[in-house]
Design a protein. Structure first.
Lengths: 326, 302
């Protein structure tokens, strides 16, 4: 990209003595490095104060008993050992994996399809884009209130419709077996917009000549999707998958708010909506078992890191990077 | 535009091609029709909750439980909004939310763009390693940092103040935003910086006069995302704010849903939700073009 300056101006470069030039360059470079540090300083300080230090401190707290008031007492591995026999911990893990297994593919596939439809060059695209993005704007507090009401077993609009169609009307949020699928559906409604926008951004970058070539070869729309769009989009699918995993394992706010009216820190009927972070929140801010909560945090951190690394390992098999193939 | 083969083509081939193109065109029209149908049908499903929200907010506590429900209330109760406005200290909630949102947003956009500029366009030892570490922190669950940060702010005496919700955003503005801006800044030709530098411009001037003006779409994206995240934030205020006159809109709405008003407050909860969502939607429609065009142009490329 950057063309070397001297070769285009041989006369100018020969008039300057090499030694002064080198010194001028290195001074410039030193100046630039100093500026670089100064301008990155807020981010570096933030990294140290608000991430590195807390991560390490939480690791320390996870080996202690602590309640925000008394000084932490070292208890060794006790917190981690407690997890083994903790029924609710196990339940929260299972429900969280279940929730992620539903909501990540649902959001990924759904928003990808919508992005593809929006990218067809149809007229009025900005109108449709806005419509599909709107739910992403809704604050969690309002979304929770709204969905509680829509999914109300007796008076909600969803069951009203199902009833008229002669279909069963489940208690979406009050029957344990329905809780997680329902929460995944709500997450789909709120999460679709953001993911879709990132896909749309990626679709703009797929070179049109590939589609033209495929069309000339007589490839059907389906084949073009499968052989052009998906391989070219795989880095972005991968990007959204990683963000999806990181976000879904930390799902908290909407779920917490949906069940708040039935008691703060509630996790729905027979704790069926007990996502990992809800249990963690309970331990930290309701039971004040801060050491245990710290251990839970670190376990979650390790789960997310392990899954991310696993996905990075797997990406060689299906993610296509243009630069590599050339 | 597609026919690139040079030389004279046999007539039959040209004919074949034109019919082939015609078929292609009708097929494309059919495809568009299907896309429209799917987008409209799905869009309506996505929009129904909004309609239901507005409808419910205009009903009386009795009418709201009537089956079958009325989509357009025969006698819309605008008093619901008046009642909510008078029962809740709305102006206080709004003021608090605005202070936090603006305070955090300014710091976030400023510090994210400054550091993204440094990571994207200045050369300094250790730059890429530090950037990689910052990027990796996206994996850190916020609960891991929550407890020590809470303790830290408690020692500062900042609990039940707005500082914990504002100050951290002045330090980098979030790994994701730095990443997004850095990606965008890297697409600006480096020669611009180099020639400006040879003319004696400082790094800061290059940032303010060259990089920033060329990055408006990306800055818009970060600003809108940031605005949304602070305006809608629930967890931060939940953890750090206790007293009633420090509540934000999100906390106020949740308090309203609580046991205080009993089960029959649904119509009022819906009214508050409308009040909370409406400004965002209006703002979004105003910023829509810059925002969505911005993110679509910015793209996400490794």
């Amino acid at each position: 990209m950057s063309t070397p300056g001297p070769s285009t101006q041989p006369v100018a470069s020969s008039t300057v003595a090499p030694s002064t030039r080198r010194r001028g360059w290195s001074a410039l470079r030193r100046r630039q490095a100093l500026d670089g540090y100064l301008l990155a300083a807020p981010a570096i300080l933030g990294l140290l104060i608000f991430t590195a230090y807390p991560v390490i401190y939480t690791f320390y707290l996870s080996f202690t008993e602590y309640n925000f008031v008394k000084t932490p007492v070292w208890v060794g591995l006790a917190n981690y050992q407690d997890m083994v026999g903790d029924e609710l911990f196990r339940k929260s893990l299972i429900q969280t994996f279940y929730y992620c297994a539903l909501s990540i593919p649902l959001t990924l596939v759904g928003s990808f399809l919508v992005a593809i439809l929006l990218n067809q060059g149809v007229r009025g695209i900005s109108f449709y884009r806005t419509i599909w993005y709107l739910p992403a704007l809704v604050p969690a507090a309002a979304a929770a209130a709204l969905w509680r009401w829509i999914l109300n077993r007796d008076f909600g609009i969803v069951n009203e419709l199902l009833y008229r169609l002669g279909l069963p009307t489940p208690g979406w949020l009050v029957e344990p077996e329905w809780t997680i699928p329902t929460l995944a559906l709500v997450a789909f409604w709120t999460g679709l917009g953001g993911t879709m926008l990132i896909f749309l951004a990626g679709l703009q970058g797929v070179p049109t000549h590939l589609y033209e070539a495929a069309a000339l070869d007589g490839a059907s729309a389906w084949r073009r999707l499968w052989n052009v769009t998906i391989p070219m989009m795989s880095p972005i699918i991968f990007f959204n998958l990683i963000l999806g995993v990181i976000g879904s394992f930390q799902a908290f706010t909407t779920v917490y708010l949906i069940y708040t009216p039935t008691g703060s820190g509630s996790a729905g009927p027979s704790d069926s909506g007990m996502l990992y972070l809800i249990y963690l929140y309970r331990n930290a801010f309701q039971y004040f078992r801060v050491g245990y909560a710290a251990a839970l945090s670190w376990v979650l951190f390790l789960i997310i890191v392990a899954l991310t690394l696993f996905l990075f390992r797997m990406q060689r098999r299906w993610v296509y990077y243009e630069a590599e193939a050339r | 535009m597609v026919v690139t083969t040079s030389g004279v083509e046999p007539d039959t081939l040209v004919e074949e091609r034109t019919t082939w193109f015609a078929g292609q065109r009708t097929r494309r029209r059919l495809g568009h029709l299907a896309a429209y149908l799917l987008l409209t049908a799905g869009g309506i499903v996505m929009m129904v909750p909004f309609a239901w929200l507005v409808s419910s907010s205009l009903k009386s506590p009795q009418d709201i439980f009537v089956i079958p429900p009325e989509w357009i209330p025969a006698d819309p109760r605008w008093e619901n909004y008046k009642e909510v406005m008078s029962k809740l200290p709305f102006l206080t909630y709004l003021r608090n939310t605005l202070i936090i949102t603006i305070g955090a947003l300014v710091g976030q956009v400023a510090s994210a763009s400054v550091s993204a500029y440094s990571f994207a366009r200045l050369r300094w030892p250790g730059r890429d390693v530090i950037f990689a570490i910052i990027l990796a922190t996206i994996m850190v669950p916020y609960t891991v940092t929550l407890i020590p940060t809470f303790i830290l702010f408690k020692q500062f005496g900042w609990i039940d103040t707005f500082f914990p919700l504002i100050v951290p955003y002045w330090f980098g503005g979030g790994a994701f935003n730095i990443f997004l801006l850095r990606q965008f800044f890297r697409t600006i030709p480096m020669e611009l910086d180099e020639s400006a530098r040879l003319d004696g411009a400082s790094s800061w001037r290059i940032f303010v006069e060259i990089v920033l003006p060329l990055s408006k779409p990306a800055i818009a994206v970060v600003t809108v995302f940031g605005f949304l995240s602070h305006w809608n934030d629930f967890f931060g205020p939940l953890v750090y704010l206790n007293s009633e006159d420090h509540r934000t809109l999100a906390l106020g709405l949740t308090a309203l849903q609580g046991l205080a008003w009993g089960r029959d407050a649904t119509h009022l909860v819906m009214a508050v939700s409308v009040i909370m969502i409406a400004p965002i939607i209006v703002l979004f429609f105003l910023a829509q073009r810059t925002f969505i065009e911005g993110i679509v142009l910015t793209g996400i490329k490794g």
